[in-house]
Design a protein around this ligand. Structure first.
Ligand code: K1U
Ligand code: ZN
Length: 169
């Protein structure tokens, strides 16, 4: 199991649209275990393959208090979403230290494959629903700051670029 480096906004690789996984084989299973280790180590509640520079439709999530209920979604598709929406505070491991409100559907139903290749259907609400929508955006090359005003987004971009310059010194 390996810790994977997480891409930081505004890295253009975060804009890549992920491709569907052809087969859930040993390579994908290794990617899933590495992503889980990386997510837990970074203290995140989710991670999309895009964030570790792998452009395939793979997501890992754990919104449990005990951090012992990993959820693996391969080739996820939203098959139903609630009409009701809410403004939720979000963060992102690719935009460290930035939290802001994004409007998301209150509930979503998702079909996906798990790490064994079996089909699953998940009925998600609350934080899990928010996290699934956030991670599925990553697979489409969309980072949550794209929902914010151009002014906020540019300030975040400048702050992140300054941080990265300082870190590379
Ligand atoms: O995709 C990611 O970068 C992971 C991200 C997931 C996420 C958090 C909050 C709302 C939607 C999606 C994180 O895990 S950020 C860090 C975090 O643990 C967290 C931040 C805010 C609220 C709850 C958790
Ligand atoms: Zn994110």
């Amino acid at each position: 199991m390996a810790l994977l480096p997480i891409l930081c906004y505004p890295d253009p690789k975060l804009l890549t649209v992920a491709k569907s996984v052809g087969a859930v084989d040993a390579r994908i299973q290794t990617l899933v275990s590495d992503m889980l280790v990386t997510m837990y180590e970074a203290k995140g509640i989710g991670l999309a393959a895009t964030q570790v520079d792998v452009h395939e439709r793979v997501i890992v999530i754990d919104t449990s208090e005990e951090r012992d209920q990993p959820l693996v979604l391969i080739n996820p598709e939203i098959v139903w979403k609630s009409e009701a929406t809410h403004l939720n505070e979000e963060g992102c491991l690719s935009v460290p230290g930035i939290y802001d409100g994004v409007v998301r559907h209150d509930a979503v139903h998702v079909s996906a494959l798990d790490e064994t290749g079996a089909s699953r259907r998940i009925e998600a609400e609350e934080l899990l629903a928010v996290c699934i929508q956030h991670e599925m955006d990553h697979l489409l090359g969309k980072v949550f700051v794209e929902y914010l005003s151009p002014l906020k987004r540019n300030r975040i971009k400048t702050k992140m670029m300054k941080l990265q310059r300082e870190e590379s010194r």
